[in-house]
Design a protein around this ligand. Structure first.
Ligand SMILES: [Fe+2]
Length: 331
């Protein structure tokens, strides 16, 4: 797992194949279909009105929660969430089982003040033949938080394919973090130490994000032509660890974020994600990505919970979205 964590930090994302078994994929597929059908029956155009984004507890399928507690307490959230599912405790074990356990490996959770939280949850559905309207332009998921929150709380998005995804049905295109190089010698630099701490991780990820070329210079079509094939990994057979720093190694020098003159960077080609259903792309809040339109004649479904290290608040003290404890005993 250390090697996967190192790869995630270096690239800003990692793809794990076959994270969910078929029966769990089918649970999520049925729920996505149920919510799409409900919205359709209500006269909602999911692409035009929702941009293809459907939040299970907030899309109108169930009444709004009576208490704010549902967005912080594990028990209250599960009770609300089970009102959406076809049968109780079918989605909860997926969300707070495999997906949160894997996500925890890529977040800095050594500080008890920054506990693992469910930050957001959504299905992203692209209607058939919606090539133009179902595209998402280049962005970073942290852009949807205000700048104060971006500087406080690391987040990770767990984009899980519920259909086999490819270039024609609307998959992701990811631009990995630029490669940091020694200014004098041009040799690649290693990750900084201490990425198990929220402040250090955010500082590193923001430095990598600021080294990207401006987004407006990147044309989606030429990016597809230049795209490399994404390296994928199978889910490790041993239990994923939720603690411990990365084992850093490979290059002789580490990047010195305190001395911007000491390093430069080299941009890397975008990566086209072609993966089977049940596979997950874990994305840092700062990695740049876009999503292609769906040219195919079938729906393209993805499920994307997001987790955070800490309860993501605005500077005003309000929650940005949710901050649900990932287990019943956490407070
Ligand atoms: Fe995104």
């Amino acid at each position: 797992m250390d090697q996967l964590r190192q790869q995630f930090h270096r690239d800003g994302y990692i793809i794990l194949q076959n994270v969910l078994p078929l029966d769990e994929v089918q649970v999520l597929q049925r729920e996505a279909d149920c919510l799409v059908n409900f919205l359709f029956s209500e006269g909602v155009d999911i692409m035009r009105d929702h941009g293809g984004i459907i939040e299970p507890t907030k899309c109108g399928y169930i009444d709004p929660p009576l208490s704010q507690l549902t967005f912080t307490s594990h028990r209250s959230f599960c009770a609300l969430r089970n009102m959406v599912t076809e049968a109780p405790d079918t989605v909860i074990p997926i969300l707070f089982g495999r997906l949160s356990v894997l996500a925890a490996n890529f977040l800095p959770l050594s500080d008890p003040n920054y506990p693992l939280r469910l930050f957001n949850e959504q299905y992203i559905v692209k209607s058939p033949k919606s090539e133009e309207e179902s595209k998402f332009d280049w962005h970073q998921d942290s852009q949807y938080m205000d700048s104060w929150s971006q500087n406080e709380f690391p987040i990770i998005s767990c984009w899980t394919a519920l259909d086999d995804v490819n270039q024609s049905n609307g998959t992701l295109l990811i631009e990995p973090f630029p490669r940091p190089l020694d200014s004098l010698t041009g040799t690649p630099l290693d990750l900084p130490e201490g990425l198990g701490r929220p402040g250090a991780l955010l500082r590193y990820q923001q430095s990598m994000a600021s080294a990207y070329t401006p987004a407006y210079t990147i044309d989606m079509e030429s990016s597809i032509r230049n795209a490399a094939k994404a390296p994928t990994f199978s889910v490790p057979s041993s239990s994923p660890s939720t603690t411990g720093p990365s084992t850093l190694g490979g290059f002789s020098n580490t990047i010195n974020l305190n001395d911007p003159e000491s390093w430069t960077s080299e941009s890397r080609p975008p990566v086209l994600v072609e993966i089977p259903m049940g596979s997950t792309v874990f994305l840092s809040g700062f990695v740049r990505h876009c999503s292609l339109g769906n040219k195919s004649s079938r729906f393209r479904r993805a499920y994307m919970p997001q987790f955070s290290a800490g309860e993501v608040m605005k500077s005003t003290g309000q929650y940005v979205s949710m901050a649900v404890s990932c287990n019943e005993h956490a407070h």
